[in-house]
Ligand binder design. Sequence first.
Ligand SMILES: Cc1cc2nc3c(=O)[nH]c(=O)nc-3n(C[C@H](O)[C@H](O)[C@H](O)COP(=O)(O)OP(=O)(O)OC[C@H]3O[C@@H](n4cnc5c(N)ncnc54)[C@H](O)[C@@H]3O)c2cc1C
Length: 411
Amino acid sequence: MDFNDTPEEAKFRAEARAFLEANCKPKAAENDRANRSLNPVEYMKAAKAYQRKKAEAGFAGITWAKEQGGRGLPPIFAVIFNQEEAKFDAPAGVFAIGLGMCVPTVIAFADGAIKDRYVAKALRGEEIWCQLFSEPGAGSDVAASKTRAVRDGDDWVVNGQKVWTTGAHFSDFGILLARTNPDVEKHKGLTMFIVDMKSKGVEARPIHQMSGGRDFNEVYFTDVRIPDKNRLGEPGQGWGVALVTLMNERLAVGGSYGPDYKEIFEFAKTINSPTGEGTLIKDEAFRMKLADWIVRAEGYKLAKFRTMTALSKGQTPGPESSIGKVINANQMMDIGNTAIEALDHYGIINDPALAPLEGAFHQSYMFAPGLRIAGGTDEILKNIIAERVLGLPQDVRVDKGVAFKDLPTGR
Ligand SMILES: Cc1cc2nc3c(=O)[nH]c(=O)nc-3n(C[C@H](O)[C@H](O)[C@H](O)COP(=O)(O)OP(=O)(O)OC[C@H]3O[C@@H](n4cnc5c(N)ncnc54)[C@H](O)[C@@H]3O)c2cc1C
């Protein structure tokens, strides 16, 4: 394991920091509040302007090939930029799914003309993408997707429903996993398409979250026509295409969001313990939890250095990157819960203007359950760790060798 940047990495980190200092405000409660107070139209304008500057400065598509407008650098440089960007209030979130997952899939599977049409515009932030995989009956088991695409001349005609589609309401395009052959095993009858979200028959219905946000949607497809040239990969090989997207997703959602043990440590020095004996930091039960959080966070930090070292040497990180999300999402929820409980009846106030740390503990407590599900639930990731890291026996597969149409998946 190597904890230090190479001279080349250190130079890149300094360049990245200079760009971010010139174009973003540092992460601070007042800047976050200013961002949150922007209306969605203003926010989108700011996000698109920032993405364009990033592309012009060579900090978008860091790992993408030069002919795709990228910089052709190894993945460690993208990690370094992300680490630095996380210290600023950069409006980059709306592009995460498109540039982190969808467009890399387009680059991997589309032909030259399609890449020319879509990639550069996405990189410059002119067009936004979403991922249309999950359905009401196909989440963890996304290969069970039922949305149908039927060939009709030069087009495919799509009918069905997706759910939990982040950003569908403001996206221009999406990558859509659809069933094109129900007569073969579920993994073998899928095909991936690029879908224009403004097409006739596409309807995005927003889902309102308990945090107050409206990030996801149900998306309905009624006789939506997709030209065959927008197919990614061969018919029936959509599962292989989806795996490329999912691999990128696991890497993208592993990070830590919201307040961590350092914030609650400082916070605990300022509020009274529920036992009434001094501040919370003096409370034995709290101190034991704090020790656990520190141990887990530091353990994860070291595991991450292992991933960083692998990337720095040009190797691909293994399934152990699944560990990060299980630790971070659960810890985030536990820290938020402890802070809210410690606030006693003030814990119900989540108004940023009144709540401690501008409601950061409340926000992260309400966001954490989503993080425990997105990009693979805790249970799915623990299965991956058990099977692929620890080498334990595989889960039982009752659907092996059975045609999709014969699976008992409901009507
Ligand atoms: C914040 C967020 C953003 C998202 N964004 C998108 C998006 O943009 N596009 C998109 O397509 N989807 C998106 N999703 C959907 C996400 O991919 C699914 O919610 C996730 O894969 C889980 O699927 P599910 O909700 O259908 O739960 P299910 O798969 O039905 O799981 C229900 C429960 O059963 C458990 N379970 C299932 N299978 C197993 C097993 N084999 N072993 C043990 N336990 C199991 C699960 O862990 C879970 O507790 C998003 C979800 C969230 C929370």
